[in-house]
Design a protein around this ligand. Structure first.
Ligand SMILES: CC(C)(COP(=O)(O)OP(=O)(O)OC[C@H]1O[C@@H](n2cnc3c(N)ncnc32)[C@H](O)[C@@H]1OP(=O)(O)O)[C@@H](O)C(=O)NCCC(=O)NCCS
Length: 331
């Protein structure tokens, strides 16, 4: 087949190309992740076009007979790029994925990137594709899915009440309210890799506000439950769920953080349970919630299992050095 590659910009692409990309994505989902919901057009362009400060995106498409058969995008921050590569299932195993990746890797090398990473759902052809090109496995997580129809609501109600008497739970649609932003940002600095426990960065609240605004521009509606420490008024724990406009029946459970001084008071279970109770009225179309955990985080996996999450599949993160990959692709 004759395939043409060209640079592409999701911000300015005509609506029919955006629609074709969505169709290819859904065809891929049907083959690779058949139990995942199909994506809708709502905020699909914005999902890819809107970026956080400091991020940049460079994209290419592959066309055959004037129809879109592949898409490659590099989402970059400093010298590291994240790959998003998709080939129409009817056009796979003919070298197109490799061709798109080669073009993007050459561009990455010429534009200061030193490493590339990619997230790959376990049990899909992408695993052999990236392994075959010498990518190394950096990290493996487990995705778990909770089915709302199978929830034990009386038990969830009890869990939501089971928090120590020194705390009060609050639910906020759209993200934390302005008066909680600073304390919320401090609690988030406890996340692994976020410089946990360091004194509050004065810019952290502003950065948090911008990241929530960016989420919403992308069509990802945040919902948060916080546990407030009554004596100090500080955020002792938080949990975040995002409901995407593109697949509103499947929500993503993002971060759950309990500040170290407040661990052991039942906050984790209680805030997650309260979130599910709130979503019943705030986002009644949500039928499933998905989340990702490290396979050795037994405490968290136990809590998620008690709530109703069931392991679904591995979620793998692969990495490659740009120079090594380029040599391999050109060989
Ligand atoms: C990964 C992907 C891009 C590969 O595209 P492709 O055009 O089929 O790949 P290529 O034909 O260029 O294959 C290159 C190499 O990858 C490997 N490979 C690709 N598909 C493979 C498969 N199904 N089984 C085993 N190896 C495979 C082969 O080693 C192949 O080398 P070869 O040509 O020497 O045999 C494609 O499968 C895809 O789009 N996957 C979806 C990715 C995704 O985002 N999924 C989640 C949401 S839909």
């Amino acid at each position: 087949m004759l395939v043409k590659l060209r640079e592409w910009d999701v911000r300015t692409a005509p609506a029919d190309e955006i629609a074709s990309l969505l169709a290819v994505l859904n065809a891929g989902l049907a083959v690779d992740l058949p139990d995942d919901p199909q994506w809708q057009a709502d905020h699909f362009r914005e999902y890819m076009a809107e970026l956080m400060p400091g991020q940049r995106r460079k994209s290419w498409i592959a066309e055959s007979d004037a129809s879109l058969v592949g898409h490659m995008s590099l989402l970059g921050m400093a010298d590291a790029g994240v790959i998003e590569l998709l080939v129409d299932p009817r056009r796979r195993t003919h070298g197109l994925g490799r061709q798109l990746l080669a073009g993007a890797t050459r561009w990455a090398a010429a534009n200061g990137y030193t490493s590339l990473g990619v997230e790959v759902p376990g049990g899909t052809p992408a695993v052999a594709f990236y392994e075959g090109l010498g990518f190394r496995l950096a990290y493996a997580e487990i995705r778990s899915v909770l089915t709302v129809a199978a929830m034990d609501w009386p038990m969830i109600g009890e869990m939501a009440e089971g928090v120590g008497s020194g705390y009060r739970l609050e639910y906020h649609a759209g993200g934390p309210p302005p008066e909680l932003l600073a304390s919320y940002a401090t609690a988030k600095s406890e996340l692994p890799g976020a410089g946990g426990g360091s004194p509050t960065d004065p810019d952290a609240a502003a950065l948090l506000r911008e990241s929530i605004a960016c989420l919403r521009r992308r069509g990802l509606e945040p919902h948060v439950v916080v546990a407030l420490h009554l004596r100090t008024g500080e955020v002792a724990g938080l949990t975040e769920v995002v409901v995407p406009a593109q697949r509103p029946e499947r929500a993503d459970q993002y971060d759950t953080i309990i500040v170290p001084d407040h661990r052991g008071y039942g906050i984790d279970r209680a805030i997650k349970a309260r979130m599910l109770l709130e979503l019943r009225t705030a986002a009644p179309q949500v039928r499933q919630v998905q989340t990702w955990n490290a396979p050795d985080d037994h405490a968290l996996l136990k809590i998620n299992s008690d709530i109703g999450f069931r392991p679904d599949r591995q979620w793998l993160e692969f990495e490659a050095d740009v120079a090594t990959l380029l040599a391999r692709l050109d060989s």
